[in-house]
Design a protein around this ligand. Structure first.
Ligand code: G1P
Length: 292
């Protein structure tokens, strides 16, 4: 089986839960210490063997594209002052993968956003990541886990985790027909329900922003009906593929943060600060000192 080398990252969405900062800074560019959320997601993809990345933007999110542009004046300044550490950090942004961008001009939903990637994917299966779902796993990046699950099952994969709280109603929830996970931590799906009410949960397995999609997703999206809100919902197309028996839920290992949400963002920043090799210990002491 050919390795998966392409990833599509969706960076649409207005970030309304994070206003006012998202009026001018896209939520995907909000910092986790010194790196934007998107930078962490890209690192996860590259560490998983991805070499080509397409970022799907909505209008007004030009700051994302600007982040990837060369900065010759800054580079020269850093070189002249022999600040090689900062120079390396700058160069790292664009090294490791080829970056492509496409603008989804109208807000027609996640299904429509994925359709913008059809040419880029050129008939190959690909990783899909949502730009506001940050998932930490230092040694076993989540995209890579999903790629391995795809190689075992030979079908599309939905990255899920068990959500036992009422928060589950915020997510797409896998319908596995009551079947439990197999030895590969996968379960064949019968469907997926977007944001189900608590009394009609098909399972506790929630989609958390990582997918492996086979190229038949594009034709499926084209035949998917527009939802009541006027958008093409990716979940509806995944549901159609799952009903044909071609989708597995895979229970990934990693800590996921909802970066479109203030609380999720603060949790990520605290956890990443505690993990920091340089000042993690100092920060831990600081937290202890303010505990009361
Ligand atoms: C989207 C997806 C949903 C998924 C969630 C993960 O929802 O539609 O299926 O569970 O991302 O973050 P949104 O957060 O855009 O409402």
């Amino acid at each position: 089986m050919k390795p998966i080398t392409k990833a599509v990252i969706l960076c649409g969405g207005l970030g309304t839960r994070f206003l006012p900062i998202t009026k001018s800074v896209p939520k995907e560019m909000l910092p986790v210490i010194d790196t934007p959320v998107l930078g962490h997601i890209i690192a996860e993809a590259i560490d998983s063997g991805i070499t080509d990345i397409l970022i799907v933007l909505s209008p007004g999110k030009e700051a994302i594209e600007r982040y990837f542009l060369d900065a010759p004046i800054l580079e020269k300044k850093l070189l002249d002052s022999k600040n090689f550490e900062a120079l390396e950090a700058l160069k790292k942004i664009t090294s490791g993968a080829n970056f492509n961008f496409v603008v989804q001009k109208s807000p027609l939903g996640s299904g429509d956003a994925v359709l913008h990637a059809e040419k880029f994917c050129s008939g190959e299966p690909f990783v899909l990541a949502l730009g506001d779902d940050l998932i930490y796993n230092k040694d076993n990046p989540v995209c890579g886990q999903l790629i391995k699950a795809y190689q075992k099952k030979g079908a599309s994969i939905l990255g899920v985790q068990s959500v036992l709280t009422d928060d589950i109603i915020k997510y797409g929830v896998a319908d596995t027909g009551g079947v439990t996970l197999d030895e590969d931590k996968c379960a064949k799906m019968r469907g997926i329900v977007e944001k189900p009410p608590l009394d009609r949960l098909p399972s506790r397995l929630a989609a958390l922003g990582r997918y492996i999609l086979t190229p038949d997703i594009f034709d499926t999206i084209k035949t998917t009906l527009v939802a009541k809100n006027g958008e093409l919902q990716l979940t509806d197309s995944i549901n159609a593929m799952a009903r044909n028996g071609n989708f597995y839920a895979y229970d990934f290992i990693g800590k996921r943060y909802d970066m479109g949400d203030k609380f999720g963002s603060v949790c990520a920043i605290v956890d990443y600060a505690l993990r920091d090799e340089v000042f993690g210990e100092r920060f831990r002491e600081y937290l202890c000192s303010i505990r009361n």
